[in-house]
Design a protein around this ligand. Structure first.
Ligand code: SF4
Length: 353
């Protein structure tokens, strides 16, 4: 556990600390616990931007806070998309210099923040722009939660949903992602409902098992993208380590243990997994497992893979209408600004803030 120290220049950021951690830190600085409660409220409920805005904290302690610890672990570098756009992409710089992206999407009454969990990604899915960056590092809890707080500041509407589907594989940064989700969910802080938080994985089976065992109330989404082991292997190297049959077993166990429906994400790619037989195989593969299937027509990134025509998309989805599970189609937003699913890769060009 780190300690704030008034005598060093090393700065830790307050955003990302839990209530308990804040209490520890104010004790280290010679203050009583109620000061931590106040700071927690200012940061996560009131969502203020600096120690100086904490009106009920004595000025001298505010100065100590700003001398011993940082506030935002991220700096906003660039926003792509107009204020009025349904989708906007945000480029952030970490205090260590790396860049990440997040996306804000508006649809009806729903405002969704799509958050990154790693800088780059090691999973190397062949259709994904993030994969081309390679893996650089895991984000801290603060760097994950700060994306939400900074996006909320830029959003006219209250953010109603969070999806961990930005850069990175969330289950390879499991502890921090769960801790960040817990902070987003805390009724004394940000207070976002657990069922409004979705964690997506390419299929890291031991972590799906851990998530099941720990009985988290957050939604679980699994990227399927193929209906046979061979088909998944074509685009997702991780399928070699965690084969399809075992993945489906883990999903079934998740439902049977928690009684919560998993979501299967299915990125639809032309001539790869969008045939009539693929839709039929998908129905067979899932069988009677209670779940939701989210079909995402592929967003092209200038590589080998193509988005199917509208007719092929409709044909695929029509077959699924006979299935016992719920099917939704995500007409992924933001493709014109490379903010669609699988399109996040740091691009620092354009107007800087
Ligand atoms: S699709 Fe997700 S898991 Fe796969 S490389 Fe891209 S960011 Fe990583």
């Amino acid at each position: 556990m780190f300690m704030f120290n008034a005598n060093t220049n090393v700065k830790v950021h307050w955003i990302g600390l839990t209530h308990t951690e804040m209490r520890e830190q104010v004790s280290n600085l010679g203050q009583q616990h109620f000061r931590a409660d106040q700071i927690y409220n200012w940061i996560y409920s009131k969502k203020i931007n600096s120690f100086q805005s904490m009106a009920n904290i004595p000025k001298s302690f505010r100065t100590t806070l700003s001398q011993t610890a940082g506030f935002h672990p991220l700096s906003l570098v660039k926003i792509t998309g107009q204020d009025s756009s349904l989708t906007r992409k945000f480029l952030f710089e970490l205090s260590t210099g790396e860049m990440i992206e997040s996306v804000l999407m508006q649809e009806g009454n729903r405002t969704t923040a799509c958050l990154s969990t790693q800088v780059g990604c090691a999973m190397d899915c062949d259709f994904c722009a993030t994969a081309k960056m390679g893996f650089q590092k895991n984000l801290s809890v603060g760097e994950i939660v700060d994306q939400f707080l900074l996006l909320q500041q830029e959003s006219v509407k209250k953010i109603t949903n969070v999806v961990f589907m930005g850069m990175g594989e969330p289950f390879l940064n499991y502890e921090r992602v769960i801790k960040a989700a817990d902070l987003l969910n805390d009724p004394d802080g940000i207070d976002l409902g657990a069922r409004r938080i979705t964690i997506s994985t390419v299929g890291i089976i031991p972590k799906i098992e851990q998530f099941t065992k720990e009985s988290h109330r957050y939604k679980l989404a699994i990227s399927l993208n193929g209906t046979t082991q061979d088909q998944r292997l074509q685009t997702m190297p991780i399928a070699k380590k965690y084969p399809l049959q075992m993945l489906m077993k883990a999903a079934k166990n998740y439902y049977e243990t928690t009684k919560r429906f998993p979501t299967f994400e299915y990125v639809l790619m032309k001539n790869l997994n969008d045939e009539i037989a693929d839709a039929e195989n998908l129905i067979k593969l899932i069988g009677n497992l209670p779940c939701k299937v989210n079909v995402i027509p592929y967003n092209e990134i200038g590589g080998t893979y193509e988005r199917p025509s509208q007719n092929r998309i409709k044909r695929f989805v029509n077959i699924l209408h006979n299935a016992p599970f719920t099917v939704t189609i995500r007409w992924s937003k933001g493709t014109e600004i490379d903010a669609g699913c699988g399109q996040l890769a740091v691009n620092t060009g354009g107007v800087q803030l």
